[in-house]
Design a protein around this ligand. Sequence first.
Ligand SMILES: [Zn+2]
Ligand SMILES: [Zn+2]
Length: 193
Amino acid sequence: MRPIAQATLDRLAELFAQDVTSAAAARAVGISKSTATAYRTRLGFPPAPPRSAANRSTLTLEQKWRTYTRAAEGGHLEWTGRHRADTGVMVMTHHGREYTARRVAFLVRTGREPEGTVTAECDHLGCVAPACVEDEPGRTRARGQLAAVLGLATPLTECGRGHATANHRRYDRDGHPYCGACRALTDARKAAA
Ligand SMILES: [Zn+2]
Ligand SMILES: [Zn+2]
């Protein structure tokens, strides 16, 4: 266990006596959570009681999500919430669970969980407007319609490697068709190289 100053130890004991969580006590005195937890046990304090329902956000998932959005021109919405440090994905937490901003946007519009990745199909960078997001099937449908309008839709029932068009046809944002199964293979090969 990391040695800490007597004053810090006294302060910790005070906080634990008030049922403050180890994480909050650690923040208050500037030590790591694991160190605070170790001292909690050594000082003989039981784990902090779970946060009461009254301490949880009273906002619904959608209401909390809205507090992290900012209206942009043209009906688009920008995200003012958190980004995952490693991937930059826009995220939020509600009642202890993490959600991506676009998953919630999709839920808000459709009332159901998305299938596959949710993307914004508009040109507004970082948009999270419910009207602008699509899941995998919705995106394929919308882009397929664009491809048809542009005369880019393919009449083939399978790709050169034999993947069925009905299951694997996907489209770029500009409506150009490609085989999703073949692209997944190429991506996997690139990742392995
Ligand atoms: Zn948008
Ligand atoms: Zn293919």
